[in-house]
Design a protein around this ligand. Sequence first.
Ligand SMILES: [Zn+2]
Length: 243
Amino acid sequence: MFQRLPLSKLFLTLHSYLQGFIHLFYPHICLQCATTELLNNQVICDCCELQLPYTYFITMGNSPVDKIFWGRAQFQKSNAVLFFTKESIVQKIIFELKYKQNKKAGLLLGRLIAQEILSNLDYPPIDYLIPIPISKQKLRKRGFNQCQIICEGMVSYGLNAPLFQGLSKIKNTQTQTHKDRLQRSNQSNDLFKLTNADILVNKNILIIDDVLTTGATIEAAYHCLIQAKPSTICISTAAYTLT
Ligand SMILES: [Zn+2]
């Protein structure tokens, strides 16, 4: 015969049925190995996070990132955390952030950047984080600036610096996917505009971008920001493209 369930147990049972139902259609699984053993705020499991293709550039003098900017911009310290290659887990994470509006992917990248910066003495104490802005057109389409989400991930990990919002993009460049490093680096002039520059005077600022390929975007941002006379300019990107 039917046994009467206490109300709390009934809710728990319903909750677990509902979760199972949602999971059937929207499974919360690791982007890499598809395990369901991950927390609500994760996009990849702990095991896959350990196996990410870390560059360890931060430990090198004259790293490939440093070399990209030789003769183009002077950074106090520069870094890129992961190697970006086609069909890789890093591409999946970036795709998840930019095209599937999954902010958790950006928060993960932010945490990875912050972990390296906070454990490296070459980075000065950061006064302002500067997310590379996207065009208004892209902002409308995507709903958010992915670099801003990455910065929020950095702040939530403990790199406590305010986000500077005075850098804006004034030119919508063509998508750069099908161009090589040289072609892309020729279109960087007049990409950004700076407002409220006075608050950056004598400050240590850190430019944040998602993927570094030619360095053209960051170089353009550097030439714009240097006009504010900051004390130092550092950069870090989540990923570095291997071409
Ligand atoms: Zn996994």
